[in-house]
Design a protein around this ligand. Sequence first.
Ligand SMILES: Cc1cc2nc3c(=O)[nH]c(=O)nc-3n(C[C@H](O)[C@H](O)[C@H](O)COP(=O)(O)O)c2cc1C
Length: 158
Amino acid sequence: MDEGRKEIDPYEYIDHFMSRAAHVVSMDNNGQINVMALLWKTIGELWMIPMITIAVAPSRYTFELLTEGVREFTVNIPSKKIADTINITGSLSGRSVDKFKETGLETIKGKRTKVPTIKDCSLAYECKIVHSCQSGNMASHHLFFGQILTAYASNAII
Ligand SMILES: Cc1cc2nc3c(=O)[nH]c(=O)nc-3n(C[C@H](O)[C@H](O)[C@H](O)COP(=O)(O)O)c2cc1C
């Protein structure tokens, strides 16, 4: 099925990745998914592994899912068409609201992860958590290191 995107090398389009907020999708042990807006992220090779590192505050429901749920996440850079949804996923909590219903965001089944990616995104990455730690004195956020299992770019930006 043509999803309007192609698999890419994870290090392609890094400028695009770094300059935009992302939707991060996580999943509980019953398969329920949540999505939150995230700006603090980095991408690059670490321990000889292609990696995305995300900074998530312990107060987020996403933090609970990343630590106690499925040890995977996806990072999705919204296209212009769905850019406004960042305001919703970044202000409501999945503890009390189904943000997929609220935003109308649609998912695409993961190829290498149980956690899905999001439709209409310019870039998307399927990641497996290989390490996490506190960020120390910099901020109260925890860092989650996700091995990039596969990455996609929309036909529109290729
Ligand atoms: C543009 C934007 C960027 C954000 N970046 C981050 C971030 O990097 N890390 C973080 O912990 N929260 C960040 N937030 C806040 C969370 O998205 C917000 O608290 C969200 O409601 C948490 O949802 P959850 O409780 O469903 O996980 C950001 C919010 C916005 C609007």
